[in-house]
Structures are given as C-alpha cells and as structure tokens.
Design a protein around this ligand. Structure first.
Ligand code: NAD
Length: 320
C-alpha cells in the first residue's frame, strides 16, 4: 500500500503520517507549504512533495513517481481563511477534491478517504445539543451554517457521484472538534483546547471568564490519524460516511485539569458555565460513532488525559 496524503504536513496529516510510519508505511505527503515543523521526528521516513492539490499534472506525476495506490485527501482551507477568501476556499476545497478524484479515476486508484467535518450538519440544537447531547448519527440532517460546511457537503456529494459513477471507493470521515499539536499555531482561536494546553505549557497568563463547563465531543488527533489509517486500509466497508469522535462529552475544565497534572504552575484561569467563544452557530454535540466501530474497527484510544499527555510529548519531541 503506497499512500498519498494531501495536506500531509498539517496538523492531522503529520499525525496520520506518524502513525503510518509506525505501521511500516512510507507515506507521500503533498502540501503547498513546506513547513515541516510538525514532522521533525519522522522527516527521513516520509516523502514530502511541494505541490498544489489543484494542479492535476503535478498530482498525476506524484501518483506515477511513488506508485500511489491509496489517497487520503486532507488538503483544505480552515473556516476563517476560507471565509476571508471564498473563491480560494472553494477552489482548494471543491476543485482540489475533483482533481484528486479525477486523478484517482485516471490512475485506477480504488480508494479516496476524505476528511469532512461536523460543519456539514450546521447548527445542532434541542436534545442533540448540551446538556442532553443525544448522539448525532450520520443521517442527521445536513444544513451547513457556513462556507466551510457548505464546501464539505459539496465535496461529499461530488465524492458520492464518483463512487456511484466510476466505482471509486470514496469514504468521508466527519469529525467533531479536533485537538492536536500545532493547532494553536496553525488555527489560532479556532482551537480552544489547543490554546489551553499550549498556553499552560508556556506558562502564559490567560483569563477566560467563562466556558469551563461547556460539554462537547473533542477528539485527539491520534484517534483522527487512526481513523484515516483504518479507512484507507479497510476491506470495502459497508458504509461510506462515518462520524468520528470519542462518543463522549468532555469540558474545557477536563482539559485544564489534565494540563495541570503536567504543568501545575500554569497561569490559566477558566471561569464556569457554557462557552461564548465558539463560532456563532451552536454546534457543540456528541457523535454516535457506532458505524465507524462496526465497519472500520475504529475505537477511540485517547481520553482527555492521554490526549493532553501525547499532545505535550509530541510538541516536545518535534522541538516546538
Ligand atoms: N482541525 C479540525 O478540527 C478539523 C475538523 C474536521 C475536519 N478537519 C479537516 O481535516 C483536514 C486537515 O485539517 P488540519 O486540521 O490538519 O488542517 P491544517 O491547516 O493543519 O492542514 C491542512 C493542510 O492543507 C494544506 N493546503 C492548503 N491548501 C493547499 C493546496 N492548495 N494544495 C496543497 N496543500 C494545501 C495546508 O498547507 C495545510 O498543511 C482538512 O480537510 C480539515 O477540513 C479538521
């Protein structure tokens, strides 16, 4: 199995590459920005290629050069940059995905795994919202509330078309909120959990007046990596869209408590109650992950404490 990871040096890509290296693979990482700071520990065990995911010729050449058999397609713009430049957000998101699928079609690549998001569901209210957090399944109605979610829905639909028309095994993994090393630097305020951990690590003073009790499903990037790896290698799974999370609610307080065990002298003050820091539409929720368990063998292996510990250890290892 020769795997190409687009967006491969980003937060999720770097951890996915690290897991694949552990599984004795040598993934090819395509990215249009060669910031290798998250992969210093595995740099010699992967191939990094600078290219734009929208460049079909470049993609075809990479597939040929490295005899790529599977693609994990992660390259995308995050919500803020996409909203700041909608044309570019749509180009990288939608055109980039079509490009990956066209190359898969031309080069007989059977499987494309796509990283989608809970943003496809949009606002999550009523019994599905905290405090009840009835688990959200894959058949929850899709009403994206922002451009990012709209792009993800569009990519999923295009992927479905290629699956039904050309037989490409397109698998969409929809993620809850993800936390992982490098998030604070790359995604800034979008990463509240990452900020809590990294500011505690730096001993930075931070006063957050409220939000400590906000219930939400937040998954560690180590489990994200595992889900991508499982989806890449699964024998023709019975479903093609999977919700990926922990299946449980945690709170920012849980994260700060876990960080406090490692950095007892941190200078963060976190007030109680629900968060006012999220994006405008409420999307805190918990995912039902039973389909991923059944069809992919996915099982989250990091609770908050283990996730925070690995987050810090990984930052230390890559020298950030
Ligand atoms: N972080 C989350 O909470 C979250 C949640 C759900 C889904 N996802 C999805 O997971 C995927 C990876 O996200 P991440 O958190 O690692 O983000 P990231 O920003 O760290 O990584 C994305 C990578 O894509 C690259 N990229 C952007 N435009 C490109 C282009 N034109 N050509 C080639 N590479 C390009 C970037 O340089 C970056 O390294 C994305 O598809 C994202 O939408 C993330």
């Amino acid at each position: 199995m020769n795997v190409l990871i687009t967006g491969g040096i980003g937060v999720n890509g770097a951890m996915t590459a690290r897991l694949m290296v552990k599984e004795s693979l040598r993934p090819v990482l395509l990215d249009n920005r060669m910031d290798l700071s998250l992969m210093r520990d595995i740099q010699g065990q992967v191939d990094c290629v600078e290219a734009d995911v929208c460049d079909q010729q470049a993609l075809e050449k990479i597939v040929d050069d490295y005899k790529v058999t599977h693609i994990a397609h992660l390259a995308a713009l995050m919500p803020e940059p996409a909203e700041a430049n909608p044309r570019l957000g749509i180009k990288v998101g939608v055109d980039g995905t079509v490009n990956v699928l066209e190359v898969a079609r031309a080069k007989n690549i059977k499987r494309v795994v796509f990283t989608s998001s809970k943003a496809v569901y949009g606002e999550i209210l009523g019994e599905y919202a905290p405090p009840n957090c009835k688990p959200v399944r894959e058949d929850f109605p899709k009403h994206p509330a922002d451009l990012y979610g709209t792009i993800k829905v569009c990519c999923e639909e295009v992927g479905k078309y290629y699956r039904e028309t050309y037989g490409i095994e397109f698998i969409a993994l929809r993620y809850v909120s993800i936390y992982g090393p490098g998030k604070e630097a790359r995604h800034g305020p979008l990463s509240f959990y990452g900020q809590l951990i990294e500011k505690a690590r730096r001993g930075e003073k931070w006063l957050v007046p409220q939000g400590g009790d906000q219930l939400n499903d937040a998954v560690y990037v180590g489990d994200v990596a595992r889900s991508i790896y499982l989806a890449v290698k699964a024998e023709r799974p019975g479903e093609s869209v999977f919700n990926i999370g922990t299946g449980k609610a945690s709170t920012p307080r849980d994260f700060l408590d876990a960080a406090s065990k490692i950095f007892p002298n941190h200078r963060i003050e976190l007030g109680p109650g629900p968060s006012k820091l999220g994006r405008s539409k409420q999307s805190y929720c918990v995912f039902d992950i039973s389909a991923a368990k059944k069809h992919l063998g996915y099982e989250p292996s990091y609770d908050v404490e283990q996730g925070v510990k690995d987050y810090v250890e990984t930052l230390n290892r890559v020298g950030r």
